[in-house]
Design a protein around this ligand. Structure first.
Ligand SMILES: *[C@@H]1O[C@H](CO)[C@@H](O)[C@H](O)[C@H]1NC(C)=O
Ligand SMILES: *[C@@H]1O[C@H](CO)[C@@H](O)[C@H](O)[C@H]1NC(C)=O
Ligand SMILES: *[C@@H]1O[C@H](CO)[C@@H](O)[C@H](O)[C@H]1NC(C)=O
Ligand SMILES: *[C@@H]1O[C@H](CO)[C@@H](O)[C@H](O)[C@H]1NC(C)=O
Ligand SMILES: *[C@@H]1O[C@H](CO)[C@@H](O)[C@H](O)[C@H]1NC(C)=O
Length: 380
């Protein structure tokens, strides 16, 4: 596969020399002119469009809920902008979309970035690859203007996939990572860090509200917290270490009995994962406690039994976060109810749980880079 990446690189670098549009040539004339344009865009974008609603500095960006399995939002890349549907993922740190050089089925069935049509595109002679739970991709590193609604990051580093493996029937073109820069595979400054460093957002904070059961209404917000999306207290939890959205969890219990994480464990707060993942033995224990039986790759409970099943309580930093059975089971197309606990196939040295969208639909989540902490509150 190495040669494919190489061919891609040759083609990419050619395009940088042969720029087809006259307007583009002018913009690209000198380095300082490019910088002037970037500065102009930055200043004006930030000054004019800092706020999405009057009186606040928060940019609220809509996400689409795809059948309670995934939340995706639109971004644009390039000049003029090309639109992509991406997963806003708190567990990874890179932004990537498919390139026109990718011939993998998952690329050709999605929007591919037409770099020849972007006047602000710039390629780096560097390749990278990322492995996700659902698939793997290989790509090349590039720079271009990226927009998340009104937020603009000029000369933003991002990846262009040249090959994708796995990712069966994915409803997104690419991924926008919101984790710390430490975890970047492209090795550049992630988009959130650029927005933060350039003062595009007033506070180094973003937050997610994930709607239940309906396509519309979910949002990711940048620069602050819109209090209308939660009720009660916003509880802050320090990160185990700056560099990953991972916290210490005290226990997982049901009817006041510990059922996992007794003596403490780690929890990764992950908007890019649909379910709640944990070590196999403990997941199997929970499945048997709620009377779930395997069918295919899932475990089912009777839909009639759901209302009588107890909540499962995640205790984090001394606060209980109960997830009711209506939330930890999902009705499928044939009206059967499957459970949302699944084995984490990636083995870890310490007991680690991944709190995905099932958990985050219940709890509004705030990611505070200024204080290296996560906030959780009861979602409205
Ligand atoms: C800022 O927003 C206004 C209205 O929402 C829009 O007309 C304008 O083009 C935007 N400016 C930039 C630089 O994106
Ligand atoms: C918006 O941001 C500006 C500059 O960062 C700040 O002075 C102002 O207080 C902020 N307004 C709100 C409502 O947060
Ligand atoms: C993304 O843009 C398309 C049109 O380009 C629109 O139909 C869709 O609703 C948008 N998605 C979100 C989440 O706003
Ligand atoms: C979710 O939608 C299903 C039908 O699609 C409905 O039966 C159920 O009551 C809805 N639940 C909520 C909480 O709105
Ligand atoms: C990640 O980067 C932060 C600074 O942003 C640093 O304090 C921390 O030690 C790094 N963590 C790891 C695991 O490298």
């Amino acid at each position: 596969m190495k040669w494919l990446v190489f061919l891609g690189l040759v083609a990419f670098s050619e395009c940088i020399v042969k720029i087809p549009l006259t307007r583009v040539k002018i913009m690209r004339k000198t380095h300082s002119e490019t910088n002037m344009l970037n500065n102009f865009l930055k200043e004006h974008a930030y000054r004019l469009n800092l706020t999405s609603s009057p009186g606040s500095n928060i940019t609220t960006h809509p996400l689409k809920n795809i059948e309670d399995m995934l939340y995706v939002g639109n971004i644009t890349i390039g000049t003029p902008p090309q639109e992509f549907q991406v997963v806003f993922d708190t567990a990874s740190s890179d932004l990537w979309v498919p390139s026109v050089f990718c011939t993998s089925p998952t690329c050709v069935s999605h929007v591919m970035f037409r770099h020849l049509e972007s006047s602000t595109f710039r390629l780096i002679r560097k390749t990278f690859s990322i492995e996700y739970g659902s698939g793997r991709m290989k790509g090349v590193v590039a720079h271009d203007t990226v927009r998340i609604g009104d937020l603009i990051s000029t000369d933003q580093q991002f990846g262009l996939s040249v090959a994708e493996y796995g990712f069966k029937r994915i409803p997104f073109d690419g991924v926008l990572g919101l984790n710390y820069p430490n975890l970047s595979f492209t090795g550049g400054i992630p988009i959130f860090d650029n927005l933060k460093n350039h003062g595009a957002i007033s506070e180094p904070v973003f937050a997610f509200y994930l709607s239940k059961n309906k396509t519309e209404g979910s949002v990711v917000m940048f620069g602050g917290v819109d209090h209308r999306y939660y009720q009660g207290a916003l509880n802050w939890i320090p990160l185990i270490q700056a560099g990953d959205w991972r916290v210490h969890m005290d226990r997982i219990s049901m009817k006041r009995q510990d059922i996992a994480c007794s003596g403490g464990c780690e929890a990764l707060v992950d908007t890019g994962t649909s379910l709640i993942l944990g070590p196999r033995r403990l997941v199997n224990n929970i499945l048997s406690l709620i009377g779930a039986t395997p069918r295919g790759s899932k475990h089912y409970v009777s839909c009639f039994a759901v209302h009588s099943l107890p909540s499962i309580v995640f205790t984090i930093n001394g606060i209980n976060y109960p997830v009711p059975a209506q939330a930890y089971t999902i009705k499928d197309y044939s009206d059967d109810c499957y459970t949302t606990f699944k084995e984490n196939t990636e083995s870890t040295s310490t007991e680690t749980w991944i709190l995905g969208d099932v958990f985050l639909r219940q709890f509004f989540s705030v990611y505070d880079r200024g204080n290296d902490r996560i906030g959780l509150a009861q979602a409205v």
